[in-house]
Design a protein around this ligand. Structure first.
Ligand SMILES: *Cc1c(COP(=O)(O)O)cnc(C)c1O
Length: 367
């Protein structure tokens, strides 16, 4: 029994990542090549060719530290989102942005508001600074923004909003988000986590970056891990007004985004064809999965991301049981009991063949 460190650190439940392919191959005596991983909302097309070429070029400079200020990547993001470069904070994945926000804006004992069934890192970031979590019950597995605004108390410094949300896939439209922003007190930071934004259909897209001009307490968080296919490199970014950006940059490690990641992200940002291909595959794969769930009579939460949450049974052992049956067949998905959803599994949308392999394995697992 350790007595090192503060109580609030000892109380943290470690993040449970998706099982790596090599680990499942070892544990279940399977051939790695036969394993389908639909567990971590990764891009099934992998790294864009444009990013691979950019990394090959950047590799010869790895003896030097990366550009601490990320000049070129910020310039590219600045042009893309029509904000000044000094409104951008780069992160080692957007996970880093979520952590930086907690460290920059929340002291021990102050409160952070986020939704039930929202991204696990909000709890971790809050606990890591000794913050007090105010977890607002979800409605239909999504954020109840009116209740979240009402939950903000005098000690609240930060609110996390995931849109679309992970692991449930729910989405909140522009009007509702803006009504929420108008209700939040000016001294409370809102981190709008849009990790899956690029997967939204055009009619759901809105320029959240432009809201940053209007709301000095808004931090828009984005990532290259999902639609851009660069999860292993760890690069994300935030857009916020200069006062907030300046504070986040003081907390940020100077070299938090490595040289290869910066080069790859610039290339990916300009690779419109890669994003389009991914969005198209995702839309088709979503239909493929939900058609199977409907055929099997399984409840699912309509999703706006690159994954679907599906209820695989009506007892609290169901998620773990079906997950194990899938693993034995070489299919890795994500159990979400740690989110308080023990009857559900989260399935990342893969290539058509991967989705089909999953569906066949699911049928056997349920039989
Ligand atoms: C995946 C994810 C992130 C973080 O991903 P990074 O790889 O750290 O950029 C952030 N928020 C949500 C909701 C996610 O699902």
């Amino acid at each position: 029994m350790s007595t090192f460190g503060p109580e609030y650190v000892r109380a943290i439940a470690p993040y449970q990542a998706g099982k790596p392919i090599a680990e499942v191959a070892r544990e279940f005596g399977l051939d790695e090549a036969s394993i389908v991983k639909l567990a971590s909302n990764e891009n099934p097309f992998g790294v864009p060719e444009s990013s691979k070429a950019a990394m090959a070029k950047a590799a010869s400079e790895l003896g030097r530290y990366p550009d601490a200020n990320g000049f070129e990547l910020k310039a590219a993001l600045s042009a893309r989102y029509d904000v000044p470069a000094d409104w951008i904070t780069l992160g080692n994945g957007s996970n880093d942005i979520l952590e930086i926000a907690a460290h920059a804006f929340v002291q021990k004992g102050e409160a952070v508001v986020y939704a039930q069934y929202s991204f696990a890192v909000y709890a971790l970031a809050t606990q890591g600074v000794g913050g007090r979590a105010i977890v607002v019950p979800a409605v239909n597995y999504g954020h109840d923004l009116a209740a979240m605004a009402a939950a903000i108390d005098a000690d609240t410094r930060l609110v996390y909003v995931a849109n679309p949300n992970n692991p449930t896939g729910t989405f909140i439209g522009a009007d509702e988000i803006e009504a929420f922003l108008q209700k939040v007190p000016a001294n409370v930071i809102v981190v709008l986590d849009e990790a899956y934004n690029e997967y939204l259909a055009p009619e759901h897209q809105f320029e959240s970056a432009s809201w940053v001009r209007k709301y000095p307490n808004l931090v828009v968080s984005r990532t290259f891990s999902k639609a851009y296919g660069l999860a292993g490199l760890r690069v994300g970014f935030a857009i916020a007004q200069p006062e907030v950006t300046d504070l986040m940059n003081r907390i940020r490690q100077p070299f938090n985004v490595n040289s290869l990641a910066q080069a790859a992200a610039i290339a990916a940002l300009n690779d419109k064809a890669f994003l389009a291909k991914g969005a198209e595959n995702n839309a088709a794969g979503y239909q493929q999965l939900v058609a199977a769930f409907e055929e099997l009579g399984l409840e699912y939460v309509p999703s706006f991301g690159n994954f679907v949450l599906v209820r695989v049974g009506s007892d609290d052992g169901a998620g773990a049981r079906v997950n194990l049956a899938l693993l034995k067949q070489g299919v890795i998905v994500r159990p979400v009991a740690a989110y308080g959803l023990p009857q559900w599994l989260r399935i990342s949308i893969g290539l058509p063949q991967e989705n089909a392999t999953f569906v066949e394995a699911l049928k056997k697992a349920l039989a």
